[in-house]
Design a protein around this ligand. Sequence first.
Ligand code: GTP
Ligand code: MG
Length: 193
Amino acid sequence: MNFQNAEFEMAAGTAGQLPKATLPEIAFSGRSNVGKSSLLNRLVNRKALARTSATPGKTATINFYRLPACRFVDLPGYGYARVSKSEKNRWAELVNGYFTQERRLSLVLQLVDMRHKPTADDLQMIDFLQAGGYPFAIVCTKSDKLNKSETMAQTKLFTELFSGRGIAFYPFSAVKGSGLDEVKALIERSIEG
Ligand code: GTP
Ligand code: MG
């Protein structure tokens, strides 16, 4: 698949603004600051197509990026404590709207921070995806921040949590690019298969 020539298509702030489901979509889900935009940029080999930030809660809209054969869908991050209740409600309405619409969803990449235990919000999102029968896989981000023994311990934890449920997980580093080929292959299989 061609991962080049990605372009920003549009941002949706409400479910009513979502574009027509004309193309297969790859959605990026995860808590605020987990590295969704960084993964997206790595995949398309662009430094700043999707805006990244050390300040959580930067992406407050669903952002669509157009590739030749599909769309990348950067979902707003959840689990950021310092947003108002009305902002959280807006998020829920927007993301629920996305998942309940008839869309051509090929794959959801559910990101979790590899350094930590998945949060309650992460586990809730994973349960939602599995219960709803959505095609998804877990990407464990920021793998470059773990040393060898931490990597082993976290791999064991994720295996215990997810492998028994038939959920695949992929360690990834946006800084080093490790795991990139595996995630690309996953996307290709989801679109072609
Ligand atoms: P929101 O848009 O707020 O939901 O965040 P996001 O999930 O899009 O995260 P983003 O890609 O903006 O990354 C957040 C911060 O983590 C930035 O400072 C990134 O540089 C950093 N970061 C992302 N991925 C990695 C990684 O693999 N390794 C390291 N070391 N830092 C990373
Ligand atoms: Mg982002």
